[in-house]
Write a protein that binds this ligand. Structure first.
Ligand SMILES: Cc1ncc(COP(=O)(O)O)c(C=O)c1O
Length: 379
């Protein structure tokens, strides 16, 4: 019996509704239970006679969903009451502009750490709004690692420090909550690893993340603000949709919020809590990612991982084979065997296996078996 019947059969049968293993980097796989609950509520949300998409954002029913979603995120991350939790539109990308607008201080310089495509983009946007100091970059080694805490070279007049905890495209993760020396606000783009492990909130002042990887669907970004960040932002007089202060004062109902996306995040957060919280999410991430990294490490050079071992992402595994022809063949065969969206980002090439919280461990088992079989047949 070939690989196709023996391995694919058992693992794909584990999935309901004819679903496949979706390795997309975002929007990514959602928990089936969350999709089922949304389906059941779709036409008539809990007897209100309408869907969440059709409800006034000022209605009691929507307000209940909205505040419960905020409470669930506070519970999962242990966010104190004097911190802000915002749900904003514009994706994670809008925060590239909102961070300097809300946090920059006249006469001081934002310091950025550049570990890959997303950090790089944030720097590009911040530079349009004022001078920026790049305290550290891994560009010379093609963004394959993150710095140790004492490596960045901060300027004397730093206003805030900015870093990307997990570079989704390169698959580079700090795997810790860094503690940099200057006592200034620390901003983190946590889009692709938020809620994937317990963390020390006290190391951060601003955490933001597009929802479509580890929290829900596209259309909303979460922004978490420390009292220190709120204090700085409260001094700014910015247009409504660019102001953290105005969003915070209105609990993110300063205009029509992305109600459906927030509702979906609420279901997702409840799922995280029910499954065992961040400890359990971390355990699953470790299991999934080590299955794949073990195959890479034991492949005698057939597979090459992009990130250095000390910064290997547990969410996005970027790797390739020895040549582009084989990469193409790998992607085609993987697709034919129910492993979809596994091509690497066009800027890096090769393959990328993104496995967020909701990605089943059985999908990582299938990929690991397939990788071993593919290497045997093509080495
Ligand atoms: C780390 C990181 N930051 C920012 C973004 C941009 O997110 P959005 O498309 O929500 O603007 C992405 C998207 O993949 C990402 O992975």
């Amino acid at each position: 019996m070939g690989y196709h019947q023996a391995v694919k059969g058992t693992h794909l049968e584990a999935l309901p509704y004819g679903r496949v293993y979706n390795f997309s980097a975002g929007p990514g796989t959602l928990p089936v239970e969350v999709l089922e609950e949304a389906r059941d509520d779709l036409l008539n949300y809990k007897g209100c006679g309408m869907s969440v998409m059709e409800m006034s954002h000022r209605s009691k029913d929507y307000e209940a969903i909205h505040y419960e979603t905020i409470r669930s995120l506070r519970t999962i991350l242990n966010i104190p009451d004097d911190w802000g939790v915002l749900f904003l539109q514009g994706g994670a990308s809008l925060q590239n502009a909102m961070v300097p607008m809300n946090l920059a201080i006249e006469g001081k310089t934002p310091n950025y750490i550049d570990t890959g495509t997303w950090g790089h983009k944030s720097i590009g946007d911040a530079k349009k709004l004022g001078p920026v100091h790049i305290a550290w970059t891994s560009e010379p080694s093609n963004f394959d690692h993150a710095p140790e805490d004492d490596e960045p070279n901060f300027s004397d007049d730093v206003s805030y420090i900015y870093f990307t905890s997990n570079e989704t495209i390169q698959g580079v993760d700090y795997l810790r909550d860094p503690k940099f020396a200057p006592d200034v606000p620390v901003v983190c783009d946590m889009s692709s690893n938020i809620l994937s492990r317990p963390m020390d909130l006290g190391r951060y002042d601003v955490i933001f993340a597009g929802a479509q990887k580890n929290q829900g669907p596209a259309g909303v970004a979460t922004v978490i603000l420390s009292p220190r960040a709120l204090e700085i932002a409260s001094q700014k007089d910015l247009p409504l949709m660019l102001s953290w202060k105005k969003a915070h004062e209105a609990d993110s109902i300063h205009n029509t919020p992305p109600c459906w996306a927030i509702y979906m995040c609420g279901l997702y957060y409840k799922w995280v809590i029910k499954e065992g919280g961040l400890d359990e999410m971390a355990r699953r991430a470790e299991k999934r990612s080590s299955l794949i990294y073990d195959v890479i490490d034991q492949s005698e050079g057939f597979y090459i991982g992009h990130a250095q071992k000390k910064n290997r992402s547990k969410m996005n595994i970027s790797f390739r084979t020895v040549n582009e022809e084989l990469d193409k063949k790998f992607i085609q065969e993987a697709e034919a065997n129910g492993m979809k969206t596994i091509a690497g980002h066009r800027s890096v090439g090769g393959m990328r296996a993104s496995m967020y919280n909701a990605f089943p461990v059985s999908g990582a088992e299938l990929l690991a078996e397939f990788m071993k079989d593919f290497a045997k047949r093509n080495a």
